[in-house]
Design a protein around this ligand. Sequence first.
Ligand code: C2O
Ligand code: CU
Ligand code: CU
Length: 481
Amino acid sequence: MALAPVIAATGCAVRTAAPAAATRPLPVPPLAAPVVGADGVRRFTLRAQQGGTEMVRGTRTPTWGYSGDVLGPTLRARRGERVAVTVTNALPEATSVHWHGMHVPARFDGGPHQMIAPGATWSPEWTIQQPAATLWYHPHPHGATEKHVQRGLSGFFLIDDEDTDALDLPHDYGVDDIPLVVQDRRFTAGGALDESDPTDVGLLGDTIVTNGIAGAHFTVTTQRVRLRVLNGSSGRLYRLALADGRGFDLIGTDGGLLPEPVRLTDIQLSPGERAEIVVTMSPGKNVTVRSLPITERAGIDRAREFGFDDAFDILVLRAAETLRPAPALPATLIPLLPLVAPDSAPNRSFDLQWFMINNRRMDMNRIDMTIPLGATEVWTVRNKDNWPHNFHVHDVRFQIVAVDGNPPPPALSGWKDTVYTEPYRTYTLAMRFTDHADPTFPYMYHCHLLHHEDQGMMGQFLVLAPGQQPAPMDMSAMGHG
Ligand code: C2O
Ligand code: CU
Ligand code: CU
């Protein structure tokens, strides 16, 4: 089946030809096979390595992957389990592996303070202490995250728990429960990744790759299919919809399931954000998952240059002639208890402007704030630019209490770890810092448009137990900025 032409209005080469027809089966990342020892620890291994893959059919593009040519296996663990990952760096340069969305001790967070030299191995270990959610992992080397992610390094980390098991949602991995990482790429004439000419929002590609390939289709054999969609791009926003206008049910966002399914016809995702959606299929009737032009663009200067006019096909869902019946979606999912900060909590502000947060660029040697262990805090994030930005916090999930003082729309009313910030709007976030105090290793907060992050639109905080004094490492002695 032929797809509608791509409209690529980015500042880079405009692709006017029809895109690759959806003739290639969607690759589903393999589930990592952990070894569970007598100690009960679930042990995974990952190897960051060089390889090559046909992102576009017929052209081999040099890529990087975890334990493979591109992307990485899906790690999966249950709430309460102890996990260990042995990460080996077989790349020619240093990298790190950050567990995006994970509540994890700071020294195992995998940010720019946990670099893995070429040939070295890093072995984080922690206990899963958060509800079921769709998380992901990716490199976080300061100044080079965009390049490492663009080359193919990212994977899913799924968390399961009993509350979610009890809901009877589609959960058969690779059958009716499908992880989808959506990314944009640009290629040189020779078929290599084109890493030149970032716009002010970063590298924008004219080719969409879904789970690493362009032109993917997936054959659905069940009446309902759950898509766990990750925007794994550097700077591009997507507005996902089904091409025939049928709606879908949003059941979860970054940090877990919503209190109840939300019926939508489209959902916008900025880099790093995830959405779990359930699509209801009809036998024999195909439907295309598409990204539509971004319509929320008030205050955005150069929307066209930032890719807001572009439309892309992401995946064709082919429905089998007979579909295995699926139960109706539960009317309620996971209850949401609102986080309330005490009056005594500081109200911290984060002004996003011009590659900076609060007028400062990232300094590995500067701790921007310390937070008492156990604190519930309200953070006020403002986009003071005419550019798109978003805001991501490590270690915690947050609730969006308000957008410009008003309650957030339903799609933003669940647990999040990354929020898109429209120009000149103010986002009030509530979060709680539990379990992990560390006077030495900080967590990060940053804009997740990777070019902005690399430019230094990032800061650091320590979580401190009572009586602990900050004792950060001197990173300059380690050859870091
Ligand atoms: Cu997904 Cu600090 O990042
Ligand atoms: Cu993160
Ligand atoms: Cu930004």
